[in-house]
Write a protein that binds this ligand. Structure first.
Ligand SMILES: [Zn+2]
Length: 245
C-alpha cells in the first residue's frame, strides 16, 4: 500500500468525522435561528397592529381638535352678534342679526353632536391602543426570554462549531490543496459526507454496490477511488482484528 496515500486516507477519515460534526452543529444552529426568526416576525406583527391603532387614535384626536376649534370660532361669532344685537337701530338689522345668531347656534349644536361622537370614537381608539400596547409589551417580554433561552441552548454548540472548524482547517493542511478541494466539493454534493467506507462490496455512503474490481482497488490503496454512484471518496477498513493491518 502506498504510504502517502494511506496517510491521506487517514487524514480524510478524520476530516470526515469533523465534517459530520460541523454539519450536525450547523443544522442545529440553523434550526434555532429559524425559531428566532419566527419569534421576531411575531413580534413585528404585534408591533404593526399597535402602530396602526396609534395612528387611528392620532387621526381621531385631530378630528376632535378641529371640531373644538370650529365650535370656538362659531361661539365667538355668536357672542359678537349678540353684542351687536344690543346696539342695532332698525328692526330689519335686528332680524338679520337674530337669524345669524340662530344659524350659528344650529351650526354649533351640530358640531357639538359631532364632537360627542368623535369623543366616543376616541375613547374606543384609546382602549384599543392600551390593549394592543399591553399585548405587545407582554409578547415582547416573552419573546425576549424565549430568544435568550434559545441563545443559551446554542452557546456550547456555537463554541464547538468554532473549534471543529479550526481543527478541520489545521488537519486539512496535511493534505494537498487539490485533494482538499475535492473533499469540499464531494462534501457539498452529499450534505457533508465526502468519505465513505466500503463494506461487503457496498458504499456505506449511498449503500449502492461497488464493482468488485473497484473494491480491490480500494483495498489495495494505491489510488483514491470514488464511489461511481455518489462520488464519495472510498476507503477500506480491515474487519479482521488478527490481520494486524
Ligand atoms: Zn456511494
Amino acid at each position: 500500500m502506498n504510504q502517502t496515500l494511506k496517510q491521506d486516507i487517514e487524514t480524510l477519515v478524520r476530516l470526515q468525522q469533523i465534517e459530520s460534526e460541523i454539519y450536525r452543529l450547523q443544522s442545529v444552529i440553523q434550526k434555532v435561528e429559524k425559531e428566532k426568526q419566527v419569534l421576531a416576525s411575531r413580534r413585528k406583527e404585534f408591533e404593526s397592529a399597535l402602530n396602526a391603532n396609534k395612528l387611528e387614535l392620532e387621526e381621531i384626536q385631530q378630528k376632535c381638535n378641529d371640531a373644538e376649534q370650529e365650535i370656538k370660532t362659531v361661539d365667538d361669532r355668536i357672542i359678537k352678534s349678540n353684542e351687536t344685537l344690543r346696539m342695532v337701530k332698525t328692526n330689519k338689522e335686528y332680524q338679520v342679526l337674530l337669524r345669524e345668531v340662530d344659524d350659528n347656534k344650529k351650526r354649533k349644536d351640530a358640531l357639538e353632536n359631532q364632537l360627542l361622537e368623535f369623543y366616543d370614537q376616541k375613547e374606543a381608539a384609546q382602549i384599543r391602543v392600551e390593549e394592543s400596547e399591553q399585548q405587545f409589551l407582554q409578547l415582547a417580554e416573552q419573546i425576549k426570554a424565549e430568544q435568550a433561552e434559545i441563545d443559551k441552548k446554542t452557546v456550547d454548540d456555537r463554541e464547538l462549531l468554532e473549534e471543529s472548524l479550526a481543527q478541520q482547517k489545521k488537519i486539512g493542511q496535511d493534505l494537498d490543496p487539490s485533494l482538499m478541494t475535492r473533499f469540499r466539493k464531494v462534501s457539498r454534493m452529499n450534505q457533508g459526507q465526502a468519505v465513505a467506507q466500503v463494506r461487503n462490496e457496498s458504499c456505506m455512503g449511498c449503500f449502492m454496490n461497488v464493482p468488485p474490481q473497484l473494491c480491490i482497488e480500494v483495498q489495495r490503496g494505491n489510488q483514491l477511488i470514488s464511489c461511481p454512484q455518489c462520488s464519495r471518496i472510498l476507503y477500506h477498513v480491515n474487519d479482521d482484528p488478527l490481520s494486524g493491518e
